[in-house]
Design a protein around this ligand. Sequence first.
Ligand code: ZN
Length: 296
Amino acid sequence: MAWQHIIYEKPEPHIARIWLNRPDTANAQDTQFLYELNDAMDQAAREDDVRVIVMAAKGKHFSSGHDVRERDHHDNQEHWKPIGNSNQHRRAGAEGRMSREEELYTGFSERWRNLPKPTIAAVHGKCVSGGLLLCWPCDLIVASDDAQFQEVTVAMGIAGVEWFAHPWEMGARKAKEMLLTGEPIGAEEARQLGMVNRVVPRDRLEAETLDLARKIASQPTFATKMVKMAVNAAQDAQGRHSAFQTAFALHHLAHSHWMEVYGLPVDPSGIHGSVKKSYAEGDEPFRARQNARNSQ
Ligand code: ZN
């Protein structure tokens, strides 16, 4: 199947560049988008001449997060070969929801983090919630000066995105502020926090990212693989993996809670108008509950 939302190219020897290419939705991630991206990452990992992988984005923004407007996501998922062991997404209740998110969110991001080659994300514009699940797994992040990183899940009644890297990306104190306020973090502040390696002017983002990729591509491949494993192991020795599992369980407690209350996996009172409308479209019980709530 030809990819629709992802472009794969080799701008120069030893470098694969993967473009997020769904600009009309600010690179919102639906099922197809994520499987295509995963396929592209796999291809770059498999091709022996590729030494460094760059992830960049077309359009105004890096990624607006998960595509909550997607309909028929269970059918869409059937078109793809599962990458993990969890393929029970059609099952009722929390079992199905958790299985889908294990595959598409935590599963993909964890795999990309552990690819045996260095990866660099080039981030511009907005990178919101699920968008963080694309750039955070990369080894390095180059941001343009207009980049903004934001987490809006708490307003939707959810305790952070599924792949809960916040404390390791910026430290516990700032992670709490990012989550509790939902306020964006600019590129320069992200660099000072250690989440971003370099900040460059918007029109230099592509060139500066390639320069960095070229430098790393000149290093011995086995050494770049091992040093990546060593740093990732340091995070895991700090308890990263077990903390992720706890956060993911809490994330699903929240989804189940809102399903009990509203019949939706998030609190609709905290989400933006157009997204709220999209959640409610075609959902008669939801509208009835909202009307009942509003008339109280
Ligand atoms: Zn979720």
